[in-house]
Design a protein around this ligand. Structure first.
Ligand code: GRF
Length: 233
């Protein structure tokens, strides 16, 4: 049995959270752990922004927080990919130092390079505020409203080398209402994010996620409804 499996079987999944901002998804993960619905332990919270409220939330809960300034990793040649990779090597050092098994991106506003993805294959999760594959990238609620979609939502997926492109683990839907603005829609979606992200991590912790091509098979999902959650409203 590998160390990761042993840890999943006996103890708590060791997770590292990468966050750049407000940190409400980090908070949802912390709350689920404290409530006992998520059997995991946050070993470290890392941010590329020194002022990120996410770091403050981590400290408040006695978690290890690390601010890693990307600026010193910018190469002289101004090669963005090289700089990103150099930065990700530093992130990787921190994750390894804390023996992290699963990485959760929670509002992490940087492109993750192959350096991290290859070190943590199918062991990095992200939460995105749309029903992927619709509306990857930024300003997604505005895009959803501009398209006139009637349903939007959020997606937890594995991180691969394409942006917001990896195999989908769990989604929740919300109705788009007359008069919605990007902010009101974002707020309604965020409520669902806070529900599905800890649940998806718990499925991983239970060893119930299997990736087959683009698809994620959730063991036991048919009996428990643990896969996609549809929550229009
Ligand atoms: C969330 O909407 C998440 O889906 C997106 O960035 C936002 C982060 O919010 N990736 P928070 O920092 O978790 O409050």
């Amino acid at each position: 049995m590998s160390k990761a499996q042993a840890s999943r079987a006996g103890g708590r999944l060791r997770i590292g959270v990468l966050a750049s901002g407000r940190g409400s998804n980090l908070q949802a993960i912390i709350d689920a752990i404290e409530a006992g619905t998520l059997r995991a332990k946050i070993e470290v919270v890392i941010s590329n922004k020194g002022e990120a409220p996410a770091l403050e939330r981590a400290r408040k809960h006695g978690l290890t927080d690390v601010y890693l300034d990307p600026r010193p990793y910018a190469t002289r040649s101004d090669n963005k990919e090289e700089s990103r990779q150099a930065y990700d090597r530093a992130i990787l050092d921190v994750l390894r130092k804390h023996d992290v098994e699963l990485v959760a991106l929670a509002g992490y506003m940087r492109i993750v390079t192959p350096v991290l993805i290859q070190a943590y294959p199918h062991r990095i999760l992200n939460i995105h505020p749309s029903l992927l594959p619709a509306f990857p990238g930024l300003e997604v609620q505005k895009k959803a409203l501009d398209w006139g979609v009637k349903v939007s939502g959020c997606t937890v997926h594995f991180v691969t080398e394409g942006v917001d492109d990896g195999p989908i683990i769990m989604q929740a839907a919300v109705s788009v209402l007359e008069g919605d603005t990007p902010d009101t829609l974002a707020a309604r979606i965020l409520e669902q994010e806070h529900k599905i992200y800890p649940r998806a991590i718990q499925l991983y912790a239970e060893g119930r996620l299997r990736v087959e091509g683009r698809r994620v098979i959730v063991t036991g999902a048919s009996e428990t409804g643990a896969g996609a959650i549809v929550a229009p409203g």
